[in-house]
Design a protein around this ligand. Structure first.
Ligand SMILES: C[S@@+](CC[C@H](N)C(=O)[O-])C[C@H]1O[C@@H](n2cnc3c(N)ncnc32)[C@H](O)[C@@H]1O
Length: 270
């Protein structure tokens, strides 16, 4: 697997593991809204399959078509599908969603389309929402989620450098406005059922044993964007926290938490 895809796949899998309660709540919400239960599901920009597997688990009679541009992500997804005993209900399609949809349209029409942390990648969101609308059965739903910002993990005072480091890191690296898809959904013909920020607050016990690895990977990714924008002393403190040999390191701490929000839109094709 190419280095950057491998690192991203790992981080996305850890995200799925640590935030399992969020995925479960969201797919539960979709199940409560769907009548009958969806039989055909399309996962756009599936990555290594966090959402694909959560959907396959939630809807045990459904077939899920997972589309991604990265063969490596899909390979990982297939391995996970086998390990979880759902490989017979998952089809992977390697395709660029900005180009032809012919190959993965064959698995439709769909009852549910899922796009997690993906819509902001497409070249033309209006066209992508319109194509999704066309591939859904009447009454079918689309669920779009976005990570509003990378989670926060650290206490105010980490014991290294000045207090408030993580807030400054976020302020310096997270400068884009949040993604907003409400108008796109309406313009494509969807009826918006709900737009909801999921407020996620997990302590170490709720987050589970992968929390340290997840926080380490996530903060290392932010660190790679921070070189030009964070003060020298904060960069030095962050490097100490990311050094697994150090006593205060993120990898060893027992005072990490997860604080973030994910905005989700659920809409229906009339
Ligand atoms: C941030 S990841 C999200 C993955 C997954 N949905 C999740 O929530 O874990 C975005 C994914 O979109 C894929 N991607 C980006 N642009 C794409 C495109 N034009 N066509 C298909 N997949 C694309 C990437 O390869 C990556 O796996």
């Amino acid at each position: 697997m190419a280095g950057s895809d491998a690192a991203l796949a790992k981080l996305l899998e850890l995200d799925g593991e640590v935030l399992a309660s969020y995925f479960s709540e969201l797919t539960g919400r979709l199940a409560a809204l769907a009548d009958p239960s969806p039989a055909r599901i399309l996962d756009l920009g599936s990555g290594p399959g966090t959402g694909t597997l959560a959907l396959a688990r939630r809807f045990p009679a459904a077939h899920v078509t997972a589309v991604d541009i990265s063969a490596q992500m899909l390979h990982r997804l297939s391995e996970q599908a086998l390990a979880h005993g759902v490989a017979d209900r998952i089809t992977t399609v390697e395709a660029n969603i900005d180009e032809s949809w012919a190959e993965f349209s064959r698995g439709g029409p769909y009852d549910l389309i899922w796009a997690a942390a993906f819509m902001h990648h497409v070249a033309d969101p209006a066209r992508t929402f319109a194509r999704a609308f066309e591939r859904l059965n009447p009454g079918g739903r689309i669920a779009v989620t976005e990570m509003d910002f990378f989670p926060l993990y650290l206490p105010e005072d980490t014991g290294v450098g000045r207090p408030g480091l993580e807030a400054r890191l976020h302020a310096a690296t997270n400068t884009r406005p949040p993604h907003e898809w409400t108008d796109h959904l309406r313009d494509a013909g969807f009826t918006l059922r709900e737009r909801r920020p999921f407020d996620i607050r997990l302590d170490a016990t709720q987050a589970g044993p992968s929390l340290n690895t997840y926080a380490q990977g996530s903060l290392a990714k932010l660190r790679s964007h921070a070189t030009e924008v964070l003060a020298e002393d904060d960069l030095a403190a962050l490097d100490v926290l990311l050094d697994e040999e150090q006593p205060h390191s993120v990898a060893r701490r027992d005072d990490l938490t997860v604080r973030t929000t994910r905005t989700t839109w659920i809409a229906r094709r009339p």
